[in-house]
Design a protein around this ligand. Structure first.
Ligand code: NAD
Length: 252
């Protein structure tokens, strides 16, 4: 793959699941990785895994709903490794799966705050740093979902993930001339803690739904990580504003 070697990457939600897999893959491709999450032990583990493999990484605890904390994360990245070349804005929560009228305003507010405002906060800080960093451009990926393109979830989650696709498109449109590409990944059902929690709630229904889809299985976080790193690479140099579906055919 072209164009990852030697860069600097920020990954939010890097304590496990898709974020950890992407952090490991960025490091494998030669990037220095700043791994961020609210889960301090989880990001320390991710950094240990990267270092055990000979990679370069550091951990920064950040709640993506806190704009000042996100700005501090990006500042610390610049101080430690230099201007970020890549970012994966991936921190997210699933919200509740109740029907719309049975949701609460608190659940709506929390899900939008983490999944949508969190991505907005990250984009603001990362785009500013990339523009101020001397014009080398950059590549950002936001983690949306098949719920960003269809009704695959509770209403707060579906709205937040559609919002992530919208933010991806507008950021791509506004920053393309500065050499910054912004894309989204839209994973299907991926075997992570988030899905383990859904399995508790949904029981056999989730397995049956997965088995009925074209590839007949859940995805692995590494399969999403591969798409993220490709979107950041020079091999994707003409791809921007695109929500890339990685779902084993779920939406087919
Ligand atoms: P996960 O629960 O393992 O990872 C989510 C991470 O986000 C956790 O480490 C969590 O601590 C972190 N996080 C939550 N709130 C945060 C906050 N306010 N600030 C910083 N970090 C916070 O689950 P995952 O499946 O790896 O999810 C990663 C992303 O992928 C999420 O955005 C999720 O919506 C999305 N996604 C997952 C699936 C799936 O099937 N697993 C499908 C589509 C999209």
């Amino acid at each position: 793959m072209n164009g990852i070697d030697g860069g600097v990457a920020i990954v939010t939600g890097g304590a496990g699941g898709i974020g950890r897999a992407a952090a490991l893959r960025f490091a494998e491709e030669g990037a220095s990785v700043v791994v961020s999450d609210v889960d301090e032990d989880g990001i320390a583990e991710t950094v240990d895994l990267i270092e055990a493999d000979g990679g370069e990484a550091s951990a920064v605890v950040t709640d993506v709903t806190d704009a000042d904390a996100v700005a501090a994360l990006v500042d610390e990245t610049v101080e430690t490794y230099g201007t970020p070349d890549f970012a994966l804005n991936n921190a997210g929560i699933e919200g509740r799966t109740a029907r719309l009228a049975d949701q609460t305003l608190d659940d709506w507010d929390r899900t939008i705050a983490v999944n949508q405002t969190g991505v907005w906060n990250c984009l603001q800080a990362e785009l500013s740093a990339m523009v101020d960093g001397g014009g080398d451009g950059g590549a950002i990926v936001n983690t949306s979902s098949i719920a960003g393109l269809s009704a695959a979830g509770g209403s707060p989650y579906v709205a937040s993930k559609h919002g992530v696709v919208g933010l991806t498109r507008i950021a791509a449109a506004e920053y393309g001339r500065e050499g910054i590409r912004v894309n989204a990944v839209c994973p299907g059902i991926i075997d992570t803690e988030m899905i383990a929690r859904a399995e508790v709630e949904m029981g056999d229904q989730l397995a049956a739904m997965t088995e009925a889809k074209p590839l007949g299985r859940m995805g692995d976080p590494e399969e999403v990580a591969a798409a993220v790193v490709w979107l950041c690479s020079d091999d994707a140099s003409f791809v921007t504003g695109h929500p890339l579906v990685v779902d084993g055919g779920f939406l087919a």
